[in-house]
Design a protein around this ligand. Structure first.
Ligand code: DC
Length: 228
């Protein structure tokens, strides 16, 4: 990090680990910007589906990612003129996102866009490769995880609360399949950065996790000052 670049807190981990909520609350507590990088992969998949582009057509999907007309405003996500806040959360779009995220051209196309979120006073970035690839010089890195069963149960509760039907064993299987794909892909696989704090939230609520991340950030800041 150059002296003038705003600090980044990178929060990575598998789906439904709670990292999105934790990252958002950490950003709010510090008054930092927030990047939900998964939303960019979801938007790319949705855009491909809308344009009838095959999710494994790397050149075409990469082109869509490079020119994605996406905007985030006050919790609302827009794709061109369309409000897609709910649409990008659909299971089918999540599945599609996991597929397009394995394409090197897509990851390359989204790199600069993600880095552009690094603005004063700082950024909390949520994803899979924030600490390893996008912001390797992040001042604090956290890898948030929980067992597949615990994550499936959280997803199950969310779906039921929203009035959807859900099947717990199927959700556990989906979770494991998506983890396997995200972990095994050749580019930017899901893995903790060597210098990340590992935080297992299987038996931890959101608020204690937020406090642990904030404490870790304070510790990292103090350490990097000592190093200067
Ligand atoms: O965090 P999420 O569920 O919204 O992410 C959707 C998909 O995008 C997920 O399968 C992994 C992928 N992703 C990624 O490869 N790299 C990121 N930085 C964020 C998400």
């Amino acid at each position: 990090m150059t002296r003038s670049s705003p600090p980044v807190i990178a929060i990575d981990g598998p789906s439904a680990s709670g990292k999105g909520t934790v990252a958002e609350r950490v950003a709010a507590a510090l008054g930092f910007h927030f990047l939900d990088s998964g939303a960019l992969y979801r938007l790319t998949a949705l855009s491909a589906m809308k344009h009838g582009v095959a999710l494994d057509d790397e050149a075409a999907v990469g082109q869509l990612a490079a020119t994605l007309p996406a905007t985030f405003r006050g919790g609302v996500v827009w794709l061109a003129e369309e409000n897609v806040t709910d649409a990008i959360r659909a299971e089918a779009v999540g599945e599609g996102a996991s597929k397009v995220a394995a394409l090197p051209a897509v990851r390359a196309a989204l790199l600069d866009r993600q880095r552009a979120y690094r603005q004063a006073p700082g950024l909390v970035a949520d994803g899979r490769d924030m600490g390893t690839v996008v912001f390797p010089d992040a001042v604090a890195k956290v890898f948030l995880t929980a067992s597949a069963e615990a994550r499936a149960e959280r997803r199950y509760k969310q779906l039921i609360e929203k009035g959807n039907s859900a099947n717990l064993p199927a959700l556990v299987a989906d979770m494991q399949a998506r983890d396997a794909r995200d972990t095994a892909r050749a580019v930017a696989p899901l893995k903790p950065a060597a210098d990340a704090l590992l935080l297992d939230t299987t038996h931890m609520g959101i608020e204690p996790a937020v406090q642990k991340v904030l404490a870790h950030y304070d510790w990292c800041k103090a350490r990097s000052k000592q190093g200067n």
